[in-house]
Design a protein around this ligand. Sequence first.
Ligand code: DUC
Ligand code: ZN
Ligand code: ZN
Length: 475
Amino acid sequence: MPEFDLAIRGGTVVTASDTVRADVGVRGGRIVAVAEGIADAARVIDASGLLVLPGGIDSHVHIAQDSGPGIVMADDFASATRAAAAGGNTCVMPFALQPRGASLRGAVDAYRARAEGQCHVDVAIHMIISDPTEAVLGQELPALVADGYTSFKVFMTYDDLVLNDRQLLDVFHVARRQGARVMVHAEGYDAIRYLSERLERAGETRPYGHALSRPEIVEREAAHRAISHAELIDLPIVIVHVSGREATEQIAWAQGRGLKIRAETCPQYLTLTAEDMKGLGQDDPMAGSKYVCSPPTRDVESQEAVWSGIRRGIFDVVSSDHCPFRYDDPQGKLNPRGKTSFRWIPNGIPGIETRLPVFFSEGVSKGRISLNQFAALTATNHAKLYGLYPRKGSIAPGFDADLTLWDPNRRETIRQANLHHGSDYTPWEGFEVTGWPVMTIAGGQVIAEDGRVLSEPGRGRVLDRAVDPAERREA
Ligand code: DUC
Ligand code: ZN
Ligand code: ZN
């Protein structure tokens, strides 16, 4: 009987801290050896010329999430995780949304049932809290955290989701006591409403109005408010999908004061701009809606500010914020109300499959970040932030055998025709990249190779997590 189930030989192993030439030995779905000369294996994969990276962890994706009347998300768990696998990911983290007036427990149970048996890669579920009632804060949330749902997101905007300042403080207080991780969508509700109404009155209803209704100042103000509330409670929050210079400056300021503010950005804020929402050069006046996401993309100066923040260590994670809607679909971007105003265009773009190649190409291949920073920002730090470490996120004995074999020299052009998600477009159509995931291995099994997904839905598990007891502090 061979010593290993799988040996990956001859590659360059990259972790958040090291880059070494080594073989990787796998047994029982786990990494059991990283060493020279591993050969006694049931299956040997030749990784010469390739990087061996920790499987991508995308800690911010929306899958099969209820999206309001008449709007349907383009991915179910099978299609989203299939696309994730093809794009070099081995774990994704979607959101169970609590509708107002509903039980949080009920929302989480129903959402988990949607995922069970459907996934190609492992899934760990965050919650979205939209209605922090006494029962939610006093009973449901503590019980759910104890059951393994250790992180949740709160919104500072959207009619159906916004929490006011008192609610934010109450939720932060409970998170501190339970040791839960809080993600904050920082955009100011009232400022957006004020601007949206003015724009509509002035007849500015095109998709580009979305960008005008949510300028950077709106994100800066909310980021500062969230930071202040977190300081008051002494809670380490994550400000997610940071889009530009102004919010980045707030976070840098807070971190400079020693506050435990963590931050996430996404490839769209590094590669796309608000101009895309004008749909220039396309006959279809709604074409810009393909790029409508929140916060909106900004300008080249803001892209550079975010890159600078990444290089300076202000950002912990780069996620996709995959939030897929079909374009040519009355339940998607081209829904009838969306044609009357930007306000009704569903917010979000697909990106689960393109996150790693776009970020590698613009980051590593263009010399902006190191390979080790790439591993940290796309896998290791996600696992550390959200309670999956040291099970996932690195390459060492004891970790799940979740690996991506990466060709750093392969040049590709991103095309919707080659992607696996349920959306009918990609915002990166025609985008040229250098560096490509050629094989995805999850739990020691090859689940994707060269754009073909080899696993069956149900291979991936829904993971429970535990809080670090040191994070649980009386408020
Ligand atoms: N926030 C997200 O995180 N994703 C899509 C839309 C939004 O507002
Ligand atoms: Zn958000
Ligand atoms: Zn999101």
